[in-house]
Design a binder for this molecule. Sequence first.
Ligand code: BDP
Length: 333
Amino acid sequence: MPPKTTRPRRVLFAAVAAAALGMLGLGAAPAAAQEWRGWNIHAADYPNGIGMDAFTRIVGERTNNRIRMRTFHSAQLGQQDEAIQQMRLGTIDFANFNLSPFNNLAPTTNVVTLPFLFRNVAHMQAAIDGPAGEAIAADLEKIGIIALSWYDAGARSIYTTRPVRTPADLRGMKIRVQTSDLWIDLMRNLGANPTPLPFGEVFTSLQSGVIDGAENNWPSYESTRHFEVARFYSTTEHSNVPEVLAVSAQRWGRLSPADRTILREAAQESARIQRAAWAERERVSRERVVAAGVTVIEITDRSPWAALMEPVYAKYASEARLAALVRQIREMP
Ligand code: BDP
């Protein structure tokens, strides 16, 4: 009979070997079903929630529910900056993020946040589905986030409690921005007083007068009911920053190549669904806020606004790699 100690040691060795193979992504997928937790800042019926629910459904179907995903909508797992930290730690497994809160962490995300860079949605999509997306995915991977596909987020415009027609009207107004240095400088150069705040605090801050306005696309302006307090929407369309559907590198590292392919393909399909839902919701949201009596101030000449953005480009896009990417995006047909 072998000594009693042999067996546990062999079991231990097998467990270590399996873990090592798993870490290398070489082992077979574990038999036990995995439960993945997903983060979404928006409500389930927002285009991004629709896209994420499609993603989790497709992954479940194609893995016979070996990978079971659940999205916690409406920021149930916290605000965006905390969620990014949780993704990096692996306590949140997947998420949809706007790229601006990565500005201070992943340099190339600054490029797609830059004001007045994209000519239109098609230009933004071509950039993010092409060179910009590649560069950003590489940067995000360095901080433990694996980009799988890109969502639309339309054009962002300024909305306020008093009418704003020119940058001069913004002078001294407290305008909420996302937590990003670029956004702070962007708003400061437009003449406003930038106030970084989490998305979930904007409504009460508008109500209590802590801020005089914010900036966002039509669907966010409408779905958050900010339009009930900030009644003037000026179509500055100053930024077209896209969004990412991403997975934590912690999870990704343990997936088999076949499962990675399933997730990538599901994410691409989810982006197509999100983009279609986005185009429709932009139209519907605009109609809803207009019907609710919002004053839309059409900014037809954006050149006085764009002219003020020179220092933002100088500060955030002058490093050779970033400047080259800006040039490449501008030269896209
Ligand atoms: C919305 C984005 C969301 C951001 C939010 C914001 O979809 O991810 O958190 O803007 O301004 O358009 O914070």
